[in-house]
Design a protein around this ligand. Sequence first.
Ligand SMILES: [Fe+2]
Length: 191
Amino acid sequence: MLDYQEALELMHAWTPSDSLRRHMYAVEAAMRAYARKFGTDEETWAITGLIHDFDWEKYPDTHPNKGAEHLEALGWPAEIVRAMRAHAPERSGVEPESLLERALYASDEITGLITAAVYVRPDRSIRTLTIKSLKKKFKDKSFARGVDRDMVRRGAELLGVDLWEHAAFVLEAMQADAERLGLAGETAGGA
Ligand SMILES: [Fe+2]
């Protein structure tokens, strides 16, 4: 049986950069919160969020396919491997279908928007970020151009939740994990 520690070690081994590690922690936090909300297996959901981009730094051209093949070779659960593929359907040809897959797809891009919004705050703290402020950033096309707004919208639709309820839910999950995400503010996040 796969355990969280094993997944964390694999992710760290393949992902040296703090920023990408933190992105995966953020998606993990969202997935944990959704697992609790839906009453499903929190460990599996957490690991799926934690691992979903683990091959990005090593194999950017073949992500997520290379990573998914590696997980398969290690004998990882098929539901996690498929979810990894389905979070990037344009690259893998696998569309998000199961609840786990849709939750991962929906959590991925919104965490990027939230993180980008925190980085431009004077206090650099996620705790003071509001949905009102996030909405403004979402509508501002010049802000965080790398965050695909259509993908953010599509994620909420796939999950069957209102976009801003989804955003508020993920924001709250990330706020609860602010230290680990490096989003607790200047003083707490510094040396
Ligand atoms: Fe991601």
